[in-house]
Unconditional design. Structure first.
Length: 510
């Protein structure tokens, strides 16, 4: 981790020509992943109607992508360090586009779950490579902070563009069309990236250890699956076995990394309190947010009766806030402090989630829109600064693996959030009391209740929908409260762990 720093006003030699154009290509990769993640929530009611998945299958459709990507991020980040980050980014983007077609034309819940898993394999190559390339493109820390802010803003913009474009497509085409929007983005990324992106890799990488890859995948999937199943159905023997297998695999992975002369990920990085604090903040923040976000689109459409395009527009304030905050987060952290910006941002998100505990079937948009704006502002400040801290904590040759740790925390938090908070919503929802003749499918998901109501007489259909919607809203409010508690705890932990942490001002030589 030896780096040579110079004080301000660096020589132009360390500023790579074309670095901002190269960043624009990396932004496309971020958009590719962000758009895919956000359109799924809007498409869920249509998937429920067309494929008729059970409640459990619906959760798997939502979170299997995160399961797989969380299990493979470290391995793929390390692979990029070895074979070249540009190469793995372009290969991954091509695969991501191809597998999107399989998602679009899935004809059963099982096929869609498998397709989402394969999308996770391809997605695991993208995010670590983009951050690692930023780390090696920008050697001026202030420029790098801005680049990371633009990277984060692109993810937020993708979160905004996804629902709006997806809503338009859902109103005019079938639900599979939301996956096909990946194809033109992928095509531009590959064609332009071949010319603009510089290649970078670890000059002395060591072997890519396949047993470590298997241990990482088995460990992550086993643990997250166990948490998901325990939250939904309790600790059955199979669930406990999966959790123990996953924990044992992760223990073996850590032991193996510590023993290897050139590991996939240097576990000693976690001795750096700033690095560990930033990773933990990311994990807890996404855990508290993701389950709620997954069900918010269903609330806007199936409870409040908004059209998909209107629901997409309703979610825009979160993205607007995140874009604005991401662009100034680095400057704010240098003016005040890293822990003040991160902890303050997380506390703001927690308070916004707490405000959502009072939502009802007929809650006006001003409360929802204001809460989403605060969520976006707080998350934009926190995520941009933690990403900068993580990138600054490692030498350039380890940027891929370190970026993968950051993204693993993000994806693991997303999977756990959907599993735990999603199970809270589902558990509360399933207990609603419907009128006589209510089909069992109505208790599986709110989409199932809407479909079941279409086949009932008007009085019974109205009673069923009112009862089902109220139960869904009750579950959503409870999940918002749990999410608020998690975010406030993350804010407190960040205040302690990021004490004394600073963003760099000197310039490192490549």
């Amino acid at each position: 981790m030896n780096r040579t720093l110079q004080p301000a006003h660096p020589a132009e030699a360390v500023k790579r020509p074309g670095r901002w154009l190269a960043l624009s290509v990396l932004v496309l990769a971020v958009l590719l992943v962000a758009v895919d993640a956000t359109v799924l929530g809007l498409a869920t009611p249509y998937i429920s109607e067309d494929l008729a998945p059970s409640g459990t299958q619906l959760l798997w459709i939502g979170d299997v992508y995160s399961f797989v990507i969380a299990g493979l991020l470290v391995s793929m980040g390390s692979l990029g360090d070895r074979v070249g980050r540009k190469r793995i980014l372009l290969v991954g983007a091509t695969a991501f586009g191809a597998v999107s077609v399989l998602n679009a034309y899935a004809h059963t819940p099982e096929v869609l779950i498998v397709a989402r898993a394969l999308l996770g394999v391809a997605g695991a190559t993208l995010m670590p490579a983009t951050l690692a390339l930023i780390r090696n493109l920008f050697h001026d820390p202030r420029e790098r902070s801005l680049a990371v802010g633009i990277w984060g803003a692109a993810a937020s913009a993708g979160a905004a563009v996804g629902p709006v474009v997806g809503g338009f497509l859902l109103e005019h085409f079938w639900w599979g069309s939301v996956f096909l929007i990946n194809l033109p983005v992928m095509a531009v990324l590959v064609v332009v990236g071949v010319r603009l992106l510089p290649e970078s890799r670890n000059p002395d990488p060591g072997p890519w250890d396949l047993p470590s890859v298997v241990l990482s995948l088995v460990g992550m999937v086993g643990v997250v699956y166990a948490v998901k199943e325990a939250a939904a159905h309790g600790f059955a023997p199979a669930t406990l076995a999966a959790g123990l297998l996953g924990a044992a695999a992760l223990y073996g992975f850590v032991r193996r990394q510590l023993a290897m002369p050139v590991p996939l990920i240097d576990m000693r990085l976690f001795r750096n309190r700033g690095f560990s604090g930033a990773v933990l903040a990311d994990l807890l923040t996404i855990l508290g947010l993701s389950g709620l976000v997954f069900f918010l689109s269903q609330y806007l459409q199936l409870v409040q009766g908004r059209r998909p395009f209107e629901a997409g527009l309703a979610e825009l304030p979160a993205a607007v806030g995140a874009v604005a905050a991401g662009l100034i987060a680095g400057r704010a952290a240098r003016r005040f402090s890293v822990r003040a910006v991160v902890s303050g941002g997380l506390a703001a998100v927690g308070l916004a989630l707490a405000a959502l505990t009072v939502v009802g079937q007929h809650t006006g948009y001003p409360l929802i829109g204001a809460a989403l704006l605060v969520v976006g502002l707080g998350a934009g400040f926190a995520f941009t600064v933690t990403a900068d801290v993580i990138l600054s904590s490692v030498p350039g040759e380890q940027a891929g693996a370190a970026s993968a740790v950051s993204e693993t925390a993000y994806e693991l938090g997303a999977a756990l959030g959907i599993a735990v908070l999603g199970s809270i919503v589902t558990g509360v929802y399933r207990d609603f009391t419907g009128p006589a003749g209510t089909p069992a499918a109505a208790h599986e998901s709110l989409g199932g209740a809407v479909e079941a109501a279409a086949g009932l007489p008007a009085p019974a259909a109205g009673a069923l929908l009112d009862s089902a919607r109220q139960a869904f809203v009750d579950g959503l409010a409870l999940a918002a409260g749990v999410g608020a508690a998690v975010l406030l705890a993350a804010a407190a932990a960040s205040w302690y762990l990021l004490s004394g942490q600073r963003l760099e001002d000197g310039v490192e030589h490549p």
